[in-house]
Design a protein around this ligand. Structure first.
Ligand SMILES: Nc1ncnc2c1ncn2[C@@H]1O[C@H](COP(=O)(O)OP(=O)(O)O)[C@@H](O)[C@H]1O
Ligand code: SF4
Ligand SMILES: [Mg+2]
Length: 400
């Protein structure tokens, strides 16, 4: 009897172990051994890239390039930015191609985690290194006199471009401002760094005029204040003033209004729109909120799981959305004056970025899928010179 009992419990233990192993496989858990193997491979890859990047005296010919269209300030061309983590490679940006024309605003939209921030950080060469690396593609940046391939540009040269030719406005202004320095000093510092020829009086005058430009009424007073003395909206205005300090060719605004309440959000968007006409910089506006894009953008890029699934002019995307995901995003956007009981919610989740399927990444959430969707990932289909969509529904139409 006791022997039987022992057998039974041993058997149960074996089954349990097997069940755990199967569950682990399903959930993509990995063993310690596997994890160590992955980190060894990762180190080999990232060390090689870092070594290349840290070389001194790299000749310009290695990182200068030519724009496909000189009317663009930035061209993302088949950009792949990966994170080499101990549990596998996160393909955060996986073959992204789009242009930012001079003087225009391009909105990049998609659910959280789809690679919007990593795309913009790749342009600034601010992806978390060494695990984050742009491993393939070109990011061409047109300064007017030269064209840089950012992917190959050495860090020392990047330092002359960042904050000078390109600047960034982040979501949370409090973390970007230094709490122990007065507002005026923080803007002065940026001006002094990039314009060593300016006198102290000229720098102060320029800082005050920048604060006025971003709609701060009491500019002289705010000049002497510390960040904590300002409201969230005022701090974001200061961040915009800092971003404008050097007449950048492009301003990247990553969720610039997400941390603010609705009325302030509208004010900041109004300010950005006004500035857009005054400064002739291009803006790359990143947001999960299509409402923000509708108000601001000339062109829209829709991202899903690290790839672009649709892009076009704002009119094309808003009047004639084609991809089922873009349609879903538009349906989940509240419309002023339209009364509905519940907002639409796209069912399902974004796939695991470490184990992407071979077929269309949206298929498991798509209500329109057809037979061919079980095959390879769909190609980019040209609808017009500016409108492109990655979906088999339109490939079928093209062939007819
Ligand atoms: N430092 C990092 N290490 C590992 N994975 C990262 C890192 N930063 C971002 N990712 C991953 O890259 C993907 C894209 O992230 P992100 O660009 O921040 O998305 P979002 O569209 O919300 O801005 C996500 O799956 C995220 O988990
Ligand atoms: S390719 Fe197929 S599964 Fe993917 S979005 Fe289009 S219809 Fe849906
Ligand atoms: Mg983000």
């Amino acid at each position: 009897m006791s022997k039987n009992k022992f057998h039974l419990s041993a058997l149960t233990a074996v089954f349990k172990k097997k069940a755990v192993a199967i569950e682990a496989k399903k959930a993509h858990y990995i063993s310690g051994k596997e994890s160590r193997r992955i980190s060894r491979t990762n180190r080999r890859i990232t060390n090689r890239i870092e070594k290349e990047r840290k070389r001194k005296h790299v000749p310009e010919s290695e990182y200068l390039s030519v724009m496909r269209d000189p009317n663009n300030v930035v061209e993302f061309d088949n950009v792949h930015t990966y994170f080499f983590t101990d549990i596998g490679t996160v393909k955060a940006v996986d073959g992204v191609t789009f242009d930012v024309p001079i003087g225009k605003t391009v909105g990049v939209v998609g659910e959280s985690g789809c690679g919007k921030s990593v795309t913009s950080l790749s342009l600034m060469q601010l992806v978390q290194r060494p695990q984050g690396q742009t491993v393939e593609g070109e990011i061409r940046f047109n300064t007017g006199s030269k064209v840089y391939n950012i992917v190959k540009t050495p860090t020392s040269v990047m330092q002359t471009l960042r904050g000078n030719q390109m600047s960034m406005i982040f979501q949370e202004p409090m973390t970007s401002l230094n709490p122990v320095f007065r507002i005026g000093m923080q803007i002065n510092e940026v001006l002094e760094l990039h314009n060593p020829e300016m006198t102290k009086t000229e720098v102060k005058a320029k800082t005050i005029s920048l604060l006025e430009l971003v709609g701060i009424a009491n500019a002289e007073g705010v000049y002497k204040m510390y960040p904590h003395e300002l409201s969230g909206g005022m701090r974001q205005r200061v961040m915009i003033a800092i971003a404008l300090a050097c007449n950048p060719r492009i301003i990247i605004a990553d969720e610039p209004t997400t941390a603010l309440d609705v009325t302030i959000q509208a004010q900041i968007l109004g300010l950005l729109r006004e500035l857009k006409d005054k400064i002739n910089s291009s803006i790359m506006l990143i947001t999960h909120d299509l409402g923000v894009i509708a108000e601001m953008a000339d062109f829209v890029v829709v991202m899903y799981a690290g790839r672009i699934i649709e892009k076009g002019t704002a009119e094309e995307i808003f009047k004639n959305p084609l991809h089922p995901y873009t349609k879903g995003l538009l349906m989940s956007k509240p419309i002023v004056g339209k009364k509905i009981d519940r907002l639409y919610n796209i069912p399902g989740n974004v796939p695991n970025p470490i184990n992407m399927p071979d077929y269309c990444y949206f298929k498991d959430r798509c209500v329109k899928s057809i037979d061919v969707c079980n095959g390879q990932y769909p190609p980019m289909i040209k609808i017009s010179d500016t409108h492109y969509v990655a979906c088999y529904l339109y490939a079928a139409k093209e062939e007819k």
